[in-house]
Design a binder for this molecule. Sequence first.
Ligand SMILES: NC(=O)c1ccc[n+]([C@@H]2O[C@H](COP(=O)([O-])OP(=O)(O)OC[C@H]3O[C@@H](n4cnc5c(N)ncnc54)[C@H](OP(=O)(O)O)[C@@H]3O)[C@@H](O)[C@H]2O)c1
Length: 244
Amino acid sequence: MNSIKGKVVLITGASKGIGLATAQKFADKGANLVLVARSKDLLQSIGTKIKEQYGINILCIPADLSISNQVERVFEELKSHFGRLDILINNAGRGIFNYIENGSVKEWKEVIDLNITGLIQCTHLASKIMIPQRSGHIVNISSVAGRVGIPGWSVYCATKWAVVGFSESIRKELIKYNIRVTVIEPGVVATQWGENMPEEWIRSRGSMKALKAEDIAEAIYYVVSQPDYVSVNELLIRPTEQER
Ligand SMILES: NC(=O)c1ccc[n+]([C@@H]2O[C@H](COP(=O)([O-])OP(=O)(O)OC[C@H]3O[C@@H](n4cnc5c(N)ncnc54)[C@H](OP(=O)(O)O)[C@@H]3O)[C@@H](O)[C@H]2O)c1
């Protein structure tokens, strides 16, 4: 296993759920962290607690990653604070439930601008740091919804399928710079994810034992701690009881 101690790791969507669990796991392993999410106060208090507990170097940057100049600001602050980036975890993502005859351009754009454009822009700016380093690892969080179609989640599914295609393409582009790319596709994880979910949808999941955010954090840690010559390109992780 490769140690991540001292590595600089940027985690998007780090204020809750999978991103927060990953920040805690990586801090425990001695990585230095850049945490990004919109919730300024929440992010700052997470940063303070993690720093106190683990003594790592940590930078918290409140930003809306669906807005391009805010993404640029994140990378400017990262570069002036750390001057390098070893691992990018593109985790921030939203899903808004709606059937295709409903919804609106505004709603679709909110999801697409974060889940696709924001993720691509973060990857673009990270590649400009990682290519001169001749090292790096980009981990993109897609979903089971990036492998199947799900009624009510068509726009979300479209974004997560896009993340799978994007990841496989940049993997081939970045091989020559010694940069690894992984896409992770979780099934149902017990977090606050999902907006506008109708009761019938929540009921349809029944009493299934969902994954925990920590299970996905463990999977992310597994892929980034492989020896340099090992590139785990794709991981699909479902709760044992999840059929679709
Ligand atoms: N939970 C699941 O069942 C599941 C399954 C498969 C895949 N996933 C994917 O896993 C990833 C993490 O989801 P989660 O379950 O941990 O969800 P979550 O608990 O809702 O956390 C989402 C994170 O993204 C941040 N975020 C949302 N909009 C943002 C924006 N515009 N700019 C910057 N940060 C933003 C949120 O923080 P702020 O609100 O503070 O901005 C939060 O930290 C997502 O990409 C999701 O699609 C989740």
